[in-house]
Every structure is written in C-alpha cells, then in structure tokens.
Design a protein around this ligand. Sequence first.
Ligand SMILES: NC(=O)c1ccc[n+]([C@@H]2O[C@H](COP(=O)([O-])OP(=O)(O)OC[C@H]3O[C@@H](n4cnc5c(N)ncnc54)[C@H](O)[C@@H]3O)[C@@H](O)[C@H]2O)c1
Length: 253
Amino acid sequence: MTTLFNGEVALVTGGSSGIGRATALAFAAEGARVVVASRRSEESTETVSLIRAAGGDAIFVKADVSKASEVEALVARAVEHYGALNFAFNNAGIEGDPFVPLARYSETSWDEVIDINLKGVFLSMKYELPHIVRTRGAIVNMASVAGLRGGRLGVAYYASKHGVVGLTKAAALEYADQGVRINAVAPAVIQTPLADRAGLTSDPARTARVLAMHPLGRVGVPEEVANAVLWLCSKGASFTTGHALPVDGGYLI
Ligand SMILES: NC(=O)c1ccc[n+]([C@@H]2O[C@H](COP(=O)([O-])OP(=O)(O)OC[C@H]3O[C@@H](n4cnc5c(N)ncnc54)[C@H](O)[C@@H]3O)[C@@H](O)[C@H]2O)c1
C-alpha cells in the first residue's frame, strides 16, 4: 500500500481533540510518525492510543504553546525521539470570549487569545524551523475564515487569526529559498468542542444561522480540515507556499 508519508515525522499542536486529533490520526494513517502536543495529558494520551491501535507510531509531549521554554522543550523532545522533524501543524487555539463586544472585552481574555493563537504559532515556528530547514519540510498554521474577514465572534479571535495569516506569509517568504513551504488553513465552522463551546453548533437558535452561512448547507468535520493539512504537507502541494487555504463549505464566497 502506498501512503503520502513514509516514516517522516509530523508534530501536531492541540492534538488532544477536534481538528488536531483528526489530523494526528490522518498523518499516522498516511505513514507519518506523529508527535502529539497539547496541555491536556489524558485526552492526548487517548489520541496516541488511537494511533497505536491502528498500527501507527506516536508519542505525546505535554506543552503549552504560549510558553517559549515549553515549546523549545517540545521540539527538542520530538527530534530526540524520532531523529528529525519534517512537518508541523501549529493548530492549538482557543475561542476567547465569543460575542462579547469590544468595549466589554477583558484584557485578560485578549492576552490569553493572542498568547495562544498567535504567539503560540510564532513560538512553534521559531523552534521548529531550524529542524524543518534540514529536512526541507513544510509547516501548516491554523488560521480560520476569521483570519480572512471580520465578524462578530469576539475581537481577539479575529485579530489573532488575521495575525496568523500575516505571520504565515512573512515566514513563507523568509524560508522559501531554503526549500521550506509554509501555509495556513482557514476553516469555517467545524464540528468540534471549540465550536460547541462558542455556541456555533450547540445553540439551536444560532445553529440555523450558522448553517445558512455555509453554501454547502452544513458545517465541516475535523477530517475535512485534516485532508487539507495533509495535502499542504505532501509533494502534491510542492509549488504552494504562503497561502491561507479556506476549508469552508463556500462560506467566504
Ligand atoms: N472548530 C472550528 O469551527 C474552527 C474553525 C476555524 C479554526 N479553528 C481553529 O482550529 C484549532 C483547533 O480547534 P478545534 O476546533 O479543534 O477545538 P478543540 O478545542 O477541540 O481543540 C483545541 C486544541 O488546542 C489545545 N490547546 C489550547 N490551548 C493550548 C495551549 N496553550 N497549548 C497547547 N495546546 C493548547 C487543546 O488542548 C486542544 O487540543 C484552533 O486554533 C481554532 O481556532 C476552529
């Protein structure tokens, strides 16, 4: 059986649930060895167990992506264990305070969202890139349709995801001549614990409006984002860098 990856090493942050877990499983199913990182040990260990039960190879490393020392240690552990780093999906993120107007948005929530969603991607790339340069690999960052247009879901979330898109473009330019491709994915609403917490898929009054915003008539599932991430890391995307790829059921059109 041919697979997209052949023992190459993929690091997935926020791999304990939702899109991160689905992508970790998809990488493993396509032959990659996977480093699952997140703050939550129990759920991440479950992701690793699911990968191993399916015949794959994975380890869990606990790390908070907003803390430089933890990200540095995470990447060092990944390379120590598997000997190299080929791909990274910098996916960890939080929703902040959805639907709280700017004038009432707390500084604490602002700092937390920017620290995890934006600084977390910066720190991840900072420590991953020296290794990914060696393998001429690829990085995919987690943006959102909230990184490509405005909306009413809490200002910090939009600011953080627009930041991820800018960071992705700048990093792609810096590293293009070293053979490293850096892209982002920009999903619309995907059925995950985060979307439930934000009331997008759990609040019946809002769900009808949310569905109407997706021309395909439904929200996405994590595996549909995982497919896009794997393609962006694969040889099939060898001439694609610096883009934020919508995975959005037509939301942005
Ligand atoms: N679900 C959606 O509708 C949607 C749409 C667009 C973008 N996204 C983005 O997708 C990413 C994943 O979210 P999800 O929907 O799968 O939700 P989720 O809550 O299931 O997953 C979030 C993951 O990030 C981890 N995480 C959070 N803070 C962390 C930190 N400081 N350090 C390390 N790990 C941390 C969590 O443990 C979890 O594994 C987020 O960046 C989110 O903004 C989600």
